[in-house]
Design a protein around this ligand. Structure first.
Ligand code: MN
Length: 271
């Protein structure tokens, strides 16, 4: 064993960047990439090659993958989706694009191996971005869906070091079976679905903005793309919500947020 690298810590212990400077970012989230959505995967690979490559930064605000059982899916015997996506991100990084990734609720096991394989940097949730002197808050969004008490309990559990260590210690087959069972069981499927149709609690978002001192934020998770303008303590505030992607559905859908002339702007992708 001498000379072997120590095992990676569970992802919950990885330090994510809490502050990041961005020049020309492309924000996306909730692609839910998986082997059952080949068109969405193809669209993402094309998006990397044609769109992301023209930006200074690609910022992924969670749920890039539908599920992530551990970084060993990037090994030689790993799966095609994990390896294809990692290869595309590594290509962007090699091209000079900075890639930032935040954990979502579905891929919170993305770990040090994924970061090494891609050259991506992990963002804390929430994180503050500075774009040309203008600061905004970035988050996945699930932490603010506090009305779903059962999910909040589940969330707290899967973000514990012991829970992650125990799960990751299982064989790949065991982990896949666990994840597959959770996704296939109709009961669990409905719960997973309910988790994402639950919207953020406005007062909780207000508190997060107050705590950061910011009045502008981008998040994903809810699959309810929108720009919400509201007043917070007498000051105008904006909450931008990213769309999810599904190019295996009819009509296909997806999108991003970019900065044009200093202003956030939505980009719709429908083909
Ligand atoms: Mn999510």
């Amino acid at each position: 064993m001498s000379g072997a690298a120590p095992p990676d810590p569970p992802p919950v212990l990885l330090p994510g960047l809490a502050h990041v400077e961005l020049r020309d970012p492309l924000f996306i989230s909730d692609l839910h990439l998986n082997v059952g959505a080949p068109e969405t995967l193809k669209r993402f690979l094309r998006f990397c090659a044609e769109d992301a490559v023209a930006h200074a930064e690609l910022v992924i605000l969670g749920d890039l993958f539908e599920y992530w059982i551990g970084d060993d899916t990037l090994d030689d015997e790993g799966d095609a989706v994990s390896r294809g996506v990692a290869s595309a991100l590594r290509g962007l990084v090699a091209h000079g694009v900075r890639v930032y990734v935040m954990h979502g609720n579905r891929d919170l096991l993305l770990g040090a191996g994924f970061l090494r394989a891609t050259g991506a940097q992990l963002l804390a949730d929430p994180a503050v971005a500075d774009i040309g002197g203008r600061e905004l808050l970035l988050a996945h969004g699930d932490a603010w869906c506090t009305q779903d008490v059962e999910y909040m309990r589940f969330r707290a559990s899967v973000r514990q070091e012991a829970t992650q260590r125990q799960f990751l210690a299982g064989s790949r087959a065991t982990r896949l079976a666990f994840m597959g069972a959770a996704r296939l069981q109709s009961e669990a499927g409905k719960r997973a679905k309910a988790m994402e149709i639950m919207d953020v609690t406005p007062s909780v978002v207000d508190e997060a903005l107050r705590a950061s001192g910011l009045r502008l934020l981008i998040h994903g998770h809810t699959h309810r793309p929108a720009l919400h303008r509201f007043a917070l303590d007498g000051a105008p505030a904006e909450r931008w919500v990213l769309p999810d992607w599904d190019f295996d559905a009819q009509p296909p859908r997806g999108g991003a947020i970019v900065v044009k002339a200093g202003r956030l702007t939505r980009v719709r992708l429908d083909s």
